[in-house]
Write a protein that binds this ligand. Structure first.
Ligand SMILES: [Zn+2]
Length: 307
């Protein structure tokens, strides 16, 4: 079954450790080998500039990650193909895997829209507005102030609309989320779960989930253990609980996956790396019809991409 995974942090790991080879590195949750064996069709690769990089250096590091994406992933293996649109995904041949470039947090663009345009020119097609803290676009969900989009943040969302980029609300403050609901045209939540089931700040309230469903956006259910279960150790069963809850809110056609593999140190039991998607798919097929499972795994996110 084809898989579209909307979020991973392979680029960060490869930036931190230049020795890593994407093909079969043991310390990676996602490798070329896993993708090939497990039916991957599109993998999103996030540019995430860690907090310790200081202001003016951030954009430079973002560009280094773009370089890793091209030189060590897209150009290094025949199977990997850059994809930037729905059309390019539909044109992938069997055996080819689409690599889709995303930005996690606008910290690296500062207050400069030209940097966003440059990232778009380099192939980035999804823009996460914040990580956990505040930047010049908006507050992240862990920022106590809890402010929404700044004036510049609204310009960023309007530019995303104009360039047909996804605006990703994962990590964003609640106020920021509702601002994006007003301004944004192509909105997704790449890696967030249900706050009703697991009250972590990074998760989405039922009201947020319902408003995403209403505008036919996609929510990438994520495998981050602390977003899956608050008390016990998380497992694959918890992923199914979150899916079931979003379905109960009317969102069965709005569910996808955003694993956050390689951005997490702990993984849920039975979902230790990308290869374990197979197990998840088998489990899903026991509870949902095949069309829907195909939707969760691939079709829903693919459907929502701008042309
Ligand atoms: Zn994240």
């Amino acid at each position: 079954m084809k898989i579209f995974d909307a979020h991973c942090d392979v680029l960060l790991k490869m930036w931190l450790n230049p020795q890593i080879a994407f093909e079969n590195e043991k310390s990676l949750h996602i490798t070329l080998d896993h993708l090939k064996k497990t039916g991957a069709k599109v993998q999103c690769f996030a540019i995430f500039v860690p907090d310790h990089v200081s202001g003016p250096e951030k954009f430079h590091v973002a560009l280094q990650m773009v370089d890793i994406f091209y030189s060590k992933i897209v150009e290094a293996y025949d199977e990997m193909k850059l994809v930037t649109s729905k059309r390019e995904i539909e044109a992938l041949e069997s055996g080819e895997i689409g690599a889709f470039l995303t930005l996690e947090g606008c910290d690296s663009i500062g207050d400069d829209l030209s940097k966003l345009r440059i990232l778009h020119r380099l192939g980035v097609r999804s823009i996460g507005l914040t990580w956990n803290h505040a930047n010049l676009v908006a507050d992240g969900i862990m920022e106590e102030r809890g402010a929404g989009l700044t004036t510049f943040g609204k310009e960023v969302v309007r530019l995303n609309n104009e360039l047909k980029l996804w605006t990703d609300v994962s990590h964003l403050s609640e106020k920021g989320f509702w601002d994006v609901m007003e301004e944004g045209k192509y909105v997704i939540a790449s890696h967030s779960n249900s706050k009703k089931l697991c009250p972590h700040p990074r998760n989405l309230t039922d009201e947020q989930i319902k408003s995403l469903i209403k505008r036919d956006s996609i929510i990438g259910v994520t495998f981050v253990p602390k977003f899956l279960a608050s008390e016990q150790k998380a497992s694959l069963t918890d992923v199914l609980r979150h899916i079931e809850h979003i379905c109960s809110l009317g969102g069965e056609k709005n569910i996808g996956f955003g694993s956050d593999f390689d951005g997490i140190t702990d993984t849920p039991a039975q979902l230790e790396h990308y290869g374990k998607y197979e197990k998840l798919i088998n489990e899903l097929l026991k509870h949902y019809n095949e069309t829907l499972v195909k939707g969760f795994c691939f079709d829903h996110f693919a459907r929502q991409l701008p042309e």
